[in-house]
Design a protein around this ligand. Structure first.
Ligand code: HEC
Ligand code: HEC
Length: 602
């Protein structure tokens, strides 16, 4: 054969190879993103409410831009120096010019914007909304919200196909994966998960779209013991053709040589799709795995989990350097991972803690599945109370079934626990040392009994944990736009305060609780109950987002609480209310808090 012909053939082969190798990556939503040109890393600082710009050549933070409360994700707009950031607590998406270090525009969006991705044309962005579970479509550069589609419940993670036609989204409390057609906003396919799967807020997809990787937790609520309750999982979803999709779990503890990792929080692929990076927010470590094409193991571990820093919540690979970045949120640092040496090469500080040293320490302890909090790296406080929110689960505790409450406002609503068997957060030293966590604990000597003399003031760490737990606040209900009750909810408010209905006898004061125990007839439904039949009146602030209800978690809706679970009118008098009156009452409950709690008082 002529050498020229050979050369042409080789060239063609090379070209074919190249186009295969550069199959464009999917973009996933996360707290950090590299810019197109690979010179900068953008870091959304959830606690500080800022976006930091890290220069990846000079290895330092060159700008920090205020963006709003609780940014949860950043996405770059290709071909520009713009990026979009979600401000979860402000219901905003902001556009930032990272090159000039300034905020360009604020876009008002639906409630609780969490994830964000931008398509490759830079013309459309997609935003996930945690509650109630929706996707917004934003037209760029105008920044107009074109549509908001309800797609599921508590939607957090996002990944967008290179052609912009397919959007993957994950549900936080079910680890379900939704495949959404971006042209219609309709859910095209759904990969349901085992009912024990929980806390999924990220998805990474191979460049060819064939497989998606979802880091999450498995909460086995029938057992409250350090071995047996909580497991780290990576779900692999294989799309297949037609309906031949498949979902399979990889047990990350077994995968890691039978040593647990805790709270799989983010996953990312290198641009070529060859390496999968996963970070664990509870055990402070990460995995680098090779992606296999064997239809069996799926991934292969390159090095057992290695420590990266405190509370890593995001990981991303550089578009072309053999380097990855891990955001260690409670060190306020980016750890730079050398993907050849599989080690941390450098660290770059990105922001300063916006709170006291004590709150910082409390947050570190709360999120940690390491000693002195936990014996064997399975369980942290955060795995059942992620950022103070509930885990959506009801646990079989020794005292009976116990629905995990939100920790919002607990400093105002003591005593603690459904049975009021604790009176200060410092009493959770018993949880740390107990069968659930088996940690060494934070106190010297023995903790006093839960309702005995105060454990407060006996350990700086325990007081820090308490200070952090006592810092969670309620967010205003989306059912009361602009802090005002709708007409229906206003009718419900009047019913709530009616003498013959009597809700306010117990749900009283700014926090809607008298902080006392009452038998409201709910203690008969659980044969394992040891402490009933009286329970501590719970606050009603925030109940719009905390289903299921009651101590045993058996009431699926607020209406169930007032009807099915109140057959004898012992929990307020509700049997004489009409359907419309009940609907109004529920509308009122869902509107709480509609103002600052103090102002919501009668
Ligand atoms: C396995 C899941 C799980 C873990 C781990 C866990 N909790 Fe809880 N937590 C629960 C459940 C369930 C309840 C309700 C129990 C009850 O009322 O008896 C609860 C209740 C609470 C309450 C009371 C809230 C209220 O309004 O009454 C606080 C405070 C709390 N937990 C803090 C912690 C801290 C601090 C840790 C870590 C030391 C921790 N929890 C670990 C599941 C968990
Ligand atoms: C006698 C005191 C009392 C009265 C009156 C009362 N409640 Fe309750 N409420 C409680 C107690 C105690 C619980 C917890 C029961 C349990 O968990 O089993 C509760 C639980 C609830 C819950 C579930 C909250 C959650 O987070 O799971 C709702 C909602 C509620 N009440 C609304 C009402 C309404 C509406 C009325 C009026 C019709 C009312 N309550 C009347 C004491 C009372």
């Amino acid at each position: 054969m002529h050498t020229t012909v050979v050369n042409v053939l080789l060239l063609l082969l090379w070209l074919a190879n190249c186009s295969a190798a550069v199959a464009a990556p999917w973009s996933s939503s996360r707290l950090i993103a590299t810019t197109d040109d690979g010179t900068k890393l953008l870091v959304a600082n959830t606690d500080s409410g800022t976006l930091s710009v890290v220069d990846l050549d000079r290895l330092r933070t060159v700008a920090e831009i205020a963006v709003g409360r609780e940014p949860q994700a950043v996405a770059v707009v290709p071909g520009t120096s713009l990026a979009l950031v979600t401000a979860y607590r402000d219901d905003l998406v902001v556009i930032v010019d990272w090159a000039r270090g300034r905020l360009v525009k604020k876009i008002a969006v639906a409630d609780e914007p969490y994830g964000v991705v931008v398509d490759r044309s830079g013309k459309r962005a997609y935003v996930s909304h945690d509650f109630p579970g929706a996707i917004s479509v934003i037209e760029l550069p105008a920044g107009q919200v074109a549509a908001t589609h309800r797609v599921g419940r508590f939607v957090r993670g996002l990944a967008l196909s290179p052609d912009g036609s397919t959007l993957f989204a994950t549900e936080f409390y079910t680890a379900r994966l939704l495949e959404i057609d971006t042209s219609t906003g309709e859910v095209r396919r759904r990969w349901d998960a085992n009912s024990e799967y929980n806390l999924c807020r990220a998805v990474a997809v191979l460049p060819d779209g064939s497989r998606a990787f979802l880091p999450h937790t498995r909460s086995r609520t029938s057992v409250a013991r350090q071995e047996g309750s909580i497991f780290p999982i990576l779900s692999v979803v294989k799309r297949g053709r037609g309906d031949h999709g498949q979902r399979k779990p990889i047990a990350l503890d077994t995968y890691n040589g039978f040593r647990a990792v805790a709270m799989p929080w983010d996953a990312a692929l290198t641009a070529d799709g060859r390496l999968l990076l996963t970070v664990y927010a509870g055990s402070d470590d990460m995995h680098v795995s090779r992606v296999l094409d064997d239809d069996y193991y799926e991934i292969e571990l390159l090095r057992p989990a290695f420590r990266v820093g405190r509370n890593p919540r995001a990981v991303v690979a550089h578009p072309d350097r053999p380097e990855a970045y891990v955001y260690c949120t409670l060190d306020f640092e980016i750890a730079i991972v050398d993907l050849n040496g599989l080690r941390i090469a450098r660290r770059v500080r990105v922001t300063d803690p916006p709170y006291s040293q004590q709150i910082w320490r409390g947050k570190v302890l709360f999120n940690s599945a390491l000693q002195p909090m936990a014996g064997r790296r399975w369980v942290s406080c955060a795995v059942c109370h992620p950022d103070g929110q509930p885990d959506g689960r009801t646990w079989q505790m020794p005292e009976g079934l116990r629905n995990t409450p939100s920790l919002a406002g607990i400093r105002y609503t003591t005593p603690l626990h459904w049975s009021a068997d604790r009176d200060e957060v410092q009493d959770f030293e018993h949880t740390i040392r107990g069968p659930l966590m088996r940690g060494r604990g934070l106190l010297r000597g023995k903790p006093y009994p839960s309702l005995g003399p105060p454990n407060a003031g006996r350990s700086a760490d325990l007081d820090a944990l308490a200070a952090y737990c006592n810092s969670f606040d309620f967010s205003p209900s989306p059912f009361a736009p602009d802090g005002k009750l709708t007409e229906l909810a206003e009718r419900g408010r009047r019913i709530f305060f009616r003498e013959d209905v009597g809700c306010a006898r117990c749900h009283t004061g700014p926090y809607f609780t008298d902080r006392k125990l009452h038998d409201v007839g709910t203690g008969q439904d659980d044969p394992t109950e040891r402490l009933g039949p009286a329970y501590d009146t719970p606050t009603l602030l925030g109940v719009y987002r905390t289903a299921p209800y009651l101590h045993h978690g058996k009431a699926a809706t607020l209406l169930d609480v007032l009807t099915t679970f109140n057959p004898e009118d012992r929990h307020g008098r509700t049997s004489h209310l009409s359907r419309d009156e009940l609907a109004a009452l529920v509308a009122f409950l869902k509107s709480l808090p509609y103002d600052r709690p103090a102002a919501a008082a009668p």
